[in-house]
Design a protein around this ligand. Structure first.
Ligand SMILES: Nc1ncnc2c1ncn2[C@@H]1O[C@H](COP(=O)(O)OP(=O)(O)O)[C@@H](O)[C@H]1O
Ligand SMILES: [Mg+2]
Length: 322
């Protein structure tokens, strides 16, 4: 039986969400095939709670010692959203130890976590993205330059963020400066991006049995102005329609683009490509390489619509890498 380390937590504002994802994986993983341990990674404290006792992880070899017995892990199930699980940092550590994991590698994680760099690469494959400016702290981020190059409304977001933290939609020129400050409080680099009016569609893709497979396209309908933090995690503020009510042709196009991007970006595990669909064009927004896996999350629902239980999805993700 394989010892599986489900890593959760992390150092971003998505800690709580990641804990929910991790616990959901722990409760659904097939225990006839796998022996799971939930490992909480928070700063330098990495622990596993066994019989109500917090046991520290030995970072030299990512092992656990319970009653003088050393437990090693054959595989890591990555459920950390944001840093260090989604940006390549933890991937580098596991690569050095030679432990396989269920998510993208160092390069792909680092690239895709950087919204601006990722958009440039995605655009190079012929996929449309919103016009934007990438700004660095201490650099020149004059409001004047933004207004010269982009038209309002714009989204101002931390470049390496998630869960819509530190983000604003700016319609009036006078609000731009505050929005920049807010985003710079979360990150040393930010993205100012033109607003695209359209429907928000998302497509989950994974590699299973050696094949790249996309799951049914899903529409996100937010009752807030956009899919902000509250809309993401408060019940009733957003509705996810699986499968999305789009024509078969457009759903196929969305799945094809997503599968192509999965291959070109060299993704691993299950990832979610987000778009704004204007009725003609799919504008790539971002890719989530460690998407949410809690009961309320989109990926488990997509999997169900595809015909897989959550357990089966977990088994597929693990067996693909061991
Ligand atoms: N350029 C844009 N045009 C329209 N809506 C946007 C744009 N950028 C972001 N949004 C809205 O804001 C939400 C969060 O933005 P996103 O870039 O996905 O950041 P996060 O990583 O925090 O999820 C999106 O789901 C969408 O509703
Ligand atoms: Mg998003």
């Amino acid at each position: 039986m394989l010892n599986v380390a489900i890593v959760a937590g992390g150092d971003s504002g998505e800690f709580g969400i990641s804990m929910k994802s991790g616990k959901q994986v722990l409760s659904h993983i097939d225990r006839e095939k796998f022996n799971p341990f939930l490992i909480v990674v928070r700063g330098k404290n990495w622990n596993c709670t066994v019989d109500r006792k917090k046991i520290p992880i030995d970072k030299n070899d990512f092992s656990l010692t319970i009653d003088e017995k050393k437990i090693r892990f054959q595989v890591v199930f990555n459920a950390i959203h944001g840093t260090p699980g989604e940006n390549g940092k933890l991937q580098g550590y596991f690569d050095m130890l030679g432990i396989p994991y269920t998510s993208c590698d160092v390069t792909t994680s680092a690239l895709t976590f950087n919204k601006s760099f990722c958009k440039d690469v995605v655009a190079s494959y012929g996929i449309k993205t919103a016009k934007s400016i990438h700004l660095f702290k201490n650099g020149d981020h004059a409001v004047k330059r933004i207004l010269e190059e982009l038209s309002l409304p714009v989204f101002v977001k931390p470049n390496n963020g998630g869960s819509s933290v530190g983000m604003s939609k700016v319609t009036l020129e006078k609000d731009l400066n505050d929005a920049l400050t807010k985003a710079f409080n979360e990150d040393t680099e930010i993205l100012v991006e033109e607003f695209i009016q359209g429907r928000e569609l998302t497509c989950g893709v994974l590699r299973t049995e050696g094949q790249i497979v996309s799951m049914p396209v899903t529409e996100i309908i937010s009752r807030k102005e956009y899919f902000d933090f509250e809309a993401k995690y408060k019940k009733g503020l957003a509705e996810e329609v699986v499968p999305a009510e789009v024509s078969r042709y457009n759903s196929e196009r969305c799945r094809e683009i997503s599968q192509m991007l999965y291959e070109k970006l060299n993704c691993k595990g299950v990832v979610r490509f987000d778009y704004i669909f204007t009725g003609e064009v799919f504008y790539f927004l971002e890719v989530n390489t460690v998407p949410g896996l809690s009961t309320a999350s989109i990926v488990p629902r997509m999997a169900r619509a595809h015909g897989w239980t959550f357990s089966e999805l977990i088994t597929r993700l693990i067996t693909e890498v061991v």
